[in-house]
Design a protein around this ligand. Structure first.
Ligand code: G3P
Length: 220
């Protein structure tokens, strides 16, 4: 199961910003696992995190489909790539964008750059999958930040998304997220047909992030 992916979204948690983001990234890169661990960090922390944890896969939270030029305050893909981002997390429940935004971004980024588009439900996942991002991550908004994993609270949305996305495109991977905290949750996500998970508080709010990460990959 070495192709399993665990994406940790640092959001803007105090425990995962600035120097704490760098420290968490160092912990992530030191975890012994065959799973693919990814840190999805704020654009503001991107360079520092990349420098702090060589070898760690780092994505930039959100990017805008803009080019060099007069685009004050937008998140420029080419700069993110230059600063070490190998992917992005877009259309998160906390930062919704249009399908057109997703499509334009996909047209702009180079081959091999990971785009993980978040969906609130199966219908949105299907619509996003038609644009062929690298991953679609289904996250019921009401379960985000909670203590019950989507894999237990709503396994049908996970298996339903996996089936729906597969129907639309064989090239798009499926992740699930919201409330994911344990190795059991990750194993269940895989059993339900995903390639892995997207999570935040299970790591960023853990008393000991290393123990949390070790547990998350323990059943792979
Ligand atoms: O992007 C992951 C996130 O929305 C899920 O958050 O805290 O429920 O793992 P959390």
């Amino acid at each position: 199961m070495s192709d399993c992916i665990v994406v940790v979204n640092f959001k803007t948690y105090q425990t995962a910003h600035g120097a704490s983001a760098e420290e968490l990234a160092r912990v992530m890169v030191s975890i012994e696992t065959d799973a693919r661990l990814v840190a999805a960090v704020s654009a503001l922390d991107l360079s520092a995190v990349v420098a702090a944890a060589p070898g760690l896969e780092v994505w930039c939270q959100h990017l805008d489909p803009i080019q060099f030029g007069s685009n004050t305050g937008w998140a420029h893909p080419a700069t993110a790539i230059e600063r070490g981002a190998s992917g992005t997390l877009i259309n998160h429940a906390e930062h919704k964008i249009s399908l057109e935004h997703v499509a334009a971004l996909l047209e702009q980024v180079p081959e091999g750059f990971c785009v993980c588009a978040c969906a609130a439900d199966v219908d949105e996942a299907r619509a996003l999958a038609a644009l062929e991002p690298t991953f679609v991550a289904v996250e019921p908004p009401e379960l985000i930040g909670g203590d019950v994993s989507v894999t237990s609270a709503d396994p049908v949305i996970v298996s339903g998304t996996a089936a729906a996305v597969r129907e639309v495109s064989a090239n798009v991977g499926v992740l699930c997220g919201a409330g994911v905290k344990t190795g059991g949750d990750v194993a269940k996500a895989i059993e339900l047909g995903t390639s892995g998970v997207l999570l935040a508080s299970g790591v960023t709010k853990a008393e000991d992030p290393r123990t949390a990460l070790d547990d998350l990959v323990s059943e792979l």
